[in-house]
Design a protein around this ligand. Sequence first.
Ligand code: SF4
Ligand code: SF4
Length: 273
Amino acid sequence: MADSIVPGAKIDKIAKIMRLKQKRAGFIGGDNPWIYPSSTSRKGVYVINNISSMPLKDDAISQIAYTISAIKEEMNEPANESYAEVDPGKCAFCYTCWRVCPHAAMSPDYETEEPVMKNLNEACFACGICVSVCPAGAITIKGGLEDKLKEEDSLSNSLKILCCENSARIALQKLKDKHSNDFDKIDISAVSSGGKIKVAEIIFLLRQYKKELVAVWMDDACKHFDGNKRAYRQVARACELLKAAGLDPNRVQYVKLSHAMTRVMADTISEIL
Ligand code: SF4
Ligand code: SF4
């Protein structure tokens, strides 16, 4: 906490050590010396300031109290779930990630036999910039969606079916009436139109289900005109995302059928399972 932050050698030194951004006048965080409450570009590093040319007044004290309570609140937030992780076996110690990280979350580690870069988890925003520039492919984002989706083996062999209420839902009900035992590990959600199915939902559900099937009306039968086509585009996008993440794109599948096509539905389900 600095009760008087004015440009000068001391501030320059702090800025250099903390790798904080200085503006033209030399202030940390901006040209304006009033920084209430102020966080710097580095996560968890704050500057609390009062006007240097004025004595500390009651309102300034209350503002500082407010700032401290805001910081306390932020400190009580749970630790980062996602962060970049450097594989020391691959790191070429080229400093590229250190240079590009907007949050100064990479730090050289000289404790190891060969120096390598390490991630300061608490400061990392898991933005992935370092991943995209690392020439050695040494950085991965841990604890993110990809990691969670990779826990596929821990999922039960379950299937989620997102279906159109006017077509696939009816076909599924007919099947379920006849073979209810086979539906133990199948969870069904109906939507009024395939157009309501979104890629984010498809991906999110994969944290819980091993496979997903999107089942909608056949072309030209959809009363929402192109709801089935919109659903298809979302499935295709979800598959692309899975592929890009190095995961099995076949975890999400798509079928078009009418309410009468129970055979097609049964075959599709048994193929997926
Ligand atoms: S960019 Fe990659 S190789 Fe270079 S220091 Fe960072 S982790 Fe190591
Ligand atoms: S993921 Fe983003 S915040 Fe974290 S170390 Fe890489 S560049 Fe910095």
